[in-house]
Design a protein around this ligand. Structure first.
Ligand SMILES: Nc1ccn([C@@H]2O[C@H](COP(=O)(O)OP(=O)(O)OP(=O)(O)O)[C@@H](O)[C@H]2O)c(=O)n1
Ligand SMILES: O=C(CO)[C@H](O)[C@H](O)COP(=O)(O)O
Length: 281
């Protein structure tokens, strides 16, 4: 049976069509598990279902989920079981860029009038389940204005370059750099052009890790960068699955205390509210 948390929606809106591409075609090699991380269950529900739920807001039209061919059936079952609406499933590619490119192409193939083509496409890794509507709205709005926008976070460690013999070559001044995270947003025209096969090279498709870079390189679009919350982090290693589980458990805990207004009961309610609040990241 579907078990969906009743998130408070922020009541935001936009006056342009927005669609989403969620790349979910990876194998999750770094977790060391057989099951790709996006399909690992948390409280009986696969991780990807939580991510899709974050995009179930009124101002988003279509969510394209890109999965490996062999997981299309599994993905369709998840959509049916957890009552996800507005989701289109398309086959992925051998790298993340190829999967995203397939997802963007699927938005153009949908049988709908040009007027309903997305103005903005949000791209978000399926394995970053904790993204809130307010931040999605910031990314969509900035992407519409600037052509591209992306989430950034401060670097935790200093980035260094090594020599081929394994010695320090040079180190970067950490304060000047940021970690690029997801979500990212693009106007539909910019992301389509960025992935044009005539300019996006095989090397980009094979080794690239940054969509914002493609937009700059092939469309001359300087993305607007927006500081994101720590919750945008990506599930990459096994330890991240444990962290995700603990957050999902804390988010799913809720209590309804009917106090009748007695002073002692009201202060108990306040204490409980603070205790639950302390579970926040
Ligand atoms: N061929 C691929 C590879 C990755 N992804 C997706 O891109 C996102 C971020 O990639 P990453 O964390 O690298 O996922 P995996 O490739 O699955 O992980 P690993 O590198 O450990 O195998 C994930 O949602 C992943 O499913 C994809 O859609 N298609
Ligand atoms: O941060 C990102 C984009 O800026 C991507 O999520 C990241 O590049 C995915 O990378 P990988 O496949 O190497 O884990």
């Amino acid at each position: 049976e579907a078990r969906k948390s009743d998130h408070l929606k922020a009541g935001l809106c936009v006056d342009f069509p927005v669609s989403v591409v969620l790349p979910a075609g990876g194998t999750g090699e770094r977790t060391g598990l057989q099951t790709p991380k996006q399909f690992c269950p948390f409280l009986g529900r696969p991780l990807i279902s939580y991510t899709i739920e974050s995009f179930e807001v009124s101002w988003i039209q279509t969510v394209v989920v890109v999965v490996a061919k062999e997981n299309i059936g599994l993905m369709m079952d998840i959509i049916q079981r957890f009552l996800h609406k507005k989701v289109l499933v398309v086959p992925g590619g051998s790298t993340r860029h190829r999967s995203i490119c397939n997802g963007v192409a699927a938005l153009g193939e949908q049988r709908r009038p040009a007027a309903h083509k997305p103005k903005v496409v949000i791209i978000h890794d399926a394995v970053r389940p904790f993204v809130d509507e307010d931040f999605l709205h910031k990314i969509a709005t900035a992407a519409k204005e600037q052509g591209a926008a992306g989430a950034i976070r401060p670097l935790v460690s200093t980035v260094i370059a090594t020599t081929s013999e394994g010695y320090l070559d040079h180190s970067l001044e950490r304060a000047k750099y940021r970690a690029s995270e997801m979500p990212q947003g693009f106007t539909y025209d910019v992301i389509c052009e960025a992935y044009q096969k005539l300019q996006c090279t095989e090397s980009d498709f094979e080794f690239g890790t940054e969509c914002l870079h493609l937009a700059l390189q092939y469309c001359g679009t300087n993305a607007k960068l927006i500081d994101g919350p720590p919750t945008l982090w990506k599930v990459t290693y096994k330890r991240d699955l444990a962290a995700a589980e603990s957050i999902i458990k804390s988010l799913s805990q809720s209590a309804c205390l009917i106090t009748g207004g007695l002073e002692a009961a009201v202060s108990l309610a306040n204490v409980l509210q603070k205790a639950f609040g302390a579970l926040d990241m």
